[in-house]
Design a protein around this ligand. Structure first.
Ligand SMILES: NC(=O)c1ccc[n+]([C@@H]2O[C@H](COP(=O)([O-])OP(=O)(O)OC[C@H]3O[C@@H](n4cnc5c(N)ncnc54)[C@H](O)[C@@H]3O)[C@@H](O)[C@H]2O)c1
Ligand SMILES: O=C(O)C1=N[C@H](C(=O)O)CCC1
Length: 269
């Protein structure tokens, strides 16, 4: 048991944090060694299992990443951009594998992750599920086969508490379509239409976001031409799919060379 990689979960009280803590504690391939929450959080100092309303797991929630990282080989981080950038610097110092599920990262955040990845392994993906990563590959292939007579639209739906848009997954899918077409997403992205927008610009990749209720995550990639449409769809109904991918990623990262990786690397897609 002590030989299994020790894993820290950040943002442990969150929707994903709780799912991750349960999944890692139940795994026979990893050990849950610490849980982190932000300073002042009511769960600090308490057992994570009891905080989640179950039996004690013998793992305390702390607000001290240095103390937590000292006993670990990996950290799984689904929090918020500012928190993730801070954890990346500390994980790199401790040479931990840092699996990042956090979305909404800005270019300045990505530069800091790049710096951290010179010293340690980072695996980052806007969606860690097998199904979405397959959809990314399919989107890339279909976009490569179709010309600009086919308009590409990415439509996503998430729960009412989601703070970023377009979703990390939608951006992965849009980027895959752009790569398939050999264009840059940044130059062809059309997001958040409103008012007199004018006709759709040929070659643009459109994004629409729905927010409501408890939707775990739904994504459509629509290829629309005159007289026909191809629609690729992924429906997430259980956050366990993201936790499974994250656990696979943190195990895969053990022993890899420092650098930035994604779920395509982990899944071999
Ligand atoms: N990549 C994927 O597969 C995937 C899947 C689901 C969610 N996500 C992303 O994961 C992130 C979290 O999603 P969620 O629904 O769990 O959100 P959430 O708001 O339920 O949880 C986030 C948690 O992070 C904690 N946190 C924030 N700052 C912190 C800090 N400085 N130190 C410690 N903890 C801190 C918060 O207190 C909260 O408990 C979002 O960016 C979301 O888009 C990614
Ligand atoms: O619940 C969320 O937030 C999700 N975020 C990821 C995204 O932004 O795509 C993955 C799906 C769930």
């Amino acid at each position: 048991m002590a030989d299994l990689p020790g894993i820290v979960v950040t943002g442990a009280s969150g929707r994903m944090g709780q799912m991750l803590a349960r999944s890692i504690a139940a795994s026979d391939r990893a050990r849950l060694v610490a849980c982190i929450e932000r300073e002042g959080h009511p769960w600090i100092g308490r057992d994570i299992g009891e905080c989640m309303g179950g039996a004690a797991m013998g793992v305390l929630v702390t607000d001290d990443p240095l103390e937590a990282f000292a006993k670990a080989q990996g950290v799984v981080d689904f929090t918020a951009p500012a928190a993730t950038v801070g954890f990346a610097a500390l994980a790199a110092q401790a040479r931990l594998v840092h699996v990042i599920g956090t979305t909404g990262l800005e270019p300045a955040d990505l530069e800091k992750l790049e710096a951290a990845s010179r010293h340690a392994v980072i695996v980052r993906a806007g969606n860690m599920s097998l199904g979405v990563n397959l959809l990314v590959r399919m989107t890339q292939k279909i976009a490569a086969a179709l010309d600009e007579d086919w308009d590409v639209e990415v439509v996503e739906a998430h729960h009412r508490m989601k703070v970023d848009a377009p979703s990390g997954t939608a951006l992965m899918l849009g980027r895959a379509a752009a790569e398939g077409r050999g264009i840059s997403l940044e130059d062809h992205m059309d997001s958040g239409r409103h008012g007199i927008t004018g006709a759709r610009k040929r070659g643009d990749i459109g994004f629409s976001a729905i927010r409501g209720g408890d939707v775990v995550g739904e994504h459509d990639v629509i290829f629309a031409a005159d007289g026909e449409r191809v629609v690729l769809r992924h429906l997430a109904t259980d956050r366990g799919i993201f936790a499974r991918g994250a656990l696979r990623a943190v195990l895969w990262g053990q022993g890899q060379k420092p650098g930035q990786y994604d779920m395509m690397d982990v899944l071999g897609l």
